[in-house]
Design a protein around this ligand. Structure first.
Ligand SMILES: Nc1ncnc2c1ncn2[C@@H]1O[C@H](COP(=O)(O)OP(=O)(O)OP(=O)(O)O)[C@@H](O)[C@H]1O
Length: 236
């Protein structure tokens, strides 16, 4: 495993770029049944860094992605994405930040069944504000090794192929932050390595700050840094 940045949770990227969580807590539920999903979390992910987050079920990994992706407001602390303090933004600005600066990759690719691989990317660009920005969809499909299946719909693709298209779709807007939830859960060992190798290459070449939640210890060698989560707390 390589550790090019040697950053520890809590240290700040000098430019404020990438992702910074400063003393973030999240309490869920109400009354007697509240749960501390995130407990004073400090985390910095630099541009060009692929961070893996490991942890048992219920540790708070999904909560971490939700807060980092401006989907859930933390109960305490601040979240900065690409230098912007998320909590100071209106709901509309947060939604725009999500569309334009954050890419999400889910377990199964989460592609739209009716669209071809190429149209998945075009549609994501369109939703984010237009075809003139971001990366060229066909070139990006070529870079993830899927240009030869650009006209296929999701049901005509394998799990690994769907995951590649899902990654390309998340990257087409040229996001600052990429949030990835269990990308290898449905894949065999060889496909898992390919997919995480692709994530690492894109992260490094395009200066994306990438957070990948995973249970898959096999793929950790492709990651720059690994943190562990338990009971809402992070440790190295
Ligand atoms: N809407 C909610 N209301 C109350 N508690 C919740 C809610 N969502 C999650 N939790 C609790 O918050 C804690 C963290 O959950 P979270 O989904 O972030 O964990 P996780 O590490 O992603 O788990 P898994 O690996 O099973 O997906 C758990 O104790 C969970 O039961």
């Amino acid at each position: 495993m390589t550790h090019p940045t040697q950053q520890l949770p809590g240290t700040s990227a000098p430019t404020g770029a990438g992702l910074v969580l400063d003393d973030v807590s999240l309490t869920l539920g109400d009354g007697d049944s509240t749960v501390t999903a995130l407990d004073h979390v400090h985390l910095t992910v630099a541009p060009g860094e692929l961070l893996a987050v490991l942890g048992p079920s219920g540790a708070g990994k999904s909560s971490l992605l939700a807060v980092a992706g401006a989907l859930t407001r933390p109960s305490e602390g601040t979240v900065r994405i690409d230098g912007a303090d998320v909590s100071s933004l209106t709901g509309a600005r947060q939604a725009a930040l999500r569309r334009e600066r954050i890419g999400f990759v889910f377990q199964s690719g989460n592609l739209l069944p009716a669209l071809t691989a190429l149209d998945q990317l075009r549609f994501a660009l369109h939703v984010a504000g237009g075809e003139g920005r971001g990366r060229d969809p066909l070139t990006l499909l070529e870079q993830v090794g899927m240009d030869h299946k650009a006209d296929r719909r999701p049901h005509e693709l394998s799990g690994g192929e769907r995951q590649r298209v899902g990654i390309a779709r998340a990257l087409v807007t040229a996001p600052a932050l990429l949030l990835v939830d269990e990308p290898t859960a449905a894949l065999d060992r060889a496909r898992s390595h390919e997919v995480v190798r692709l994530l690492a290459a894109e992260t490094h070449e395009h200066g994306v700050a990438t957070v990948m939640v995973t249970h898959d210890h096999d793929v950790l060698d492709h990651c720059d840094r690994v943190v562990h989560m338990e009971d809402g707390r992070l440790s190295v």
